[in-house]
Design a protein around this ligand. Structure first.
Ligand code: UDP
Length: 237
């Protein structure tokens, strides 16, 4: 089987790297994620990754506890850089070349984001890890993922979550919740389905970028998505 995507962008949330403890970094999860990245890379695709920071700090939450919102958001962006570096280290130990590109300049630890350079790295077969979200407070790394995906002409966003797709209601609260196999952007927006924030969904819609929402903790799932098997929920026009 051949990959159906040529240049996928995978969005990994910070929470997804924290494991059961809910915050911080779980070395076993980082290792497992790195192995999955190596395996996807091995399928011959140009792999870009956007990493979140919610396992360390979320701006909105910190602001609700009294911190200045913009400051808290910048801290959240820095948190995603920490996660990106952890992933880089783990992936490189598996023998795959990577680059971390940050939206905020921290040149001692990572390259600044330069669009053409990012594309060049991908063409050379390096896994490109985008950190720092959009570089602006009041946004999320989901929006950063949509933005980078559009900029580098990714052909899909693979949104890794803890559930196996998008449901019509919360499956943890409603036992009758049903999963969508396919969904169109208009319905996702009208029904306010929150698998990504609305800004991110709008950006994908405007740019005709499909999103596949799937559970990355299920072994082999991500390869299945890349090979075009029906996994999770596909959101398209
Ligand atoms: N953030 C931001 N601008 C961005 C991306 C992220 O201000 O473009 C901040 C925001 O405070 C957010 C935090 O960084 O809560 C961590 O990112 P996010 O919540 O998207 O991480 P995830 O949920 O993917 O772990």
């Amino acid at each position: 089987m051949k990959p159906v995507y040529h240049r996928p962008l995978l969005k990994v949330s910070g929470e997804g790297l924290a494991g059961e403890q809910g915050s911080g970094l779980d070395p076993t999860i980082i290792q497992g994620t790195a192995e999955q990245l190596r395996d996807i890379h091995g399928l011959g695709v140009q792999l870009a990754v956007v990493v979140g920071g919610g396992n360390i700090i979320r701006g909105m939450q910190a602001a609700s506890q009294g911190m200045d919102r913009a400051t808290a958001d910048y801290m959240g962006m820095l948190a995603s850089v920490i996660n990106g570096m952890a992933l880089q280290s783990a992936v490189e130990q598996l023998g795959v070349e990577t680059r971390v590109l940050t939206a905020l300049e921290i040149t001692e630890v990572a390259e600044p984001y330069i669009r053409r350079r990012a594309i060049r790295h991908l063409e050379k077969g390096r896994v490109v890890i985008f950190a720092g979200g959009t570089g602006n407070p009041y946004f999320t790394t989901d929006t950063g993922a949509a933005l980078r995906a559009a900029e580098i002409h990714a052909d899909v966003i693979l949104k890794a979550t803890q559930v196996d797709g998008v449901y019509d209601s919360d499956p943890s609260e409603n036992p009758d919740a049903t999963r969508y196999e396919r969904l169109d952007f208009d319905e996702a927006i009208q029904k306010n389905l929150r698998f990504m924030d609305q800004t991110a969904i709008q950006l994908c819609r405007e740019n005709g970028l499909p999103i596949v929402v799937f559970d990355m903790s299920a072994p082999g799932n991500i390869q299945k998505v890349i090979l075009g098997e029906a996994v999770g929920t596909t959101v398209t026009d």
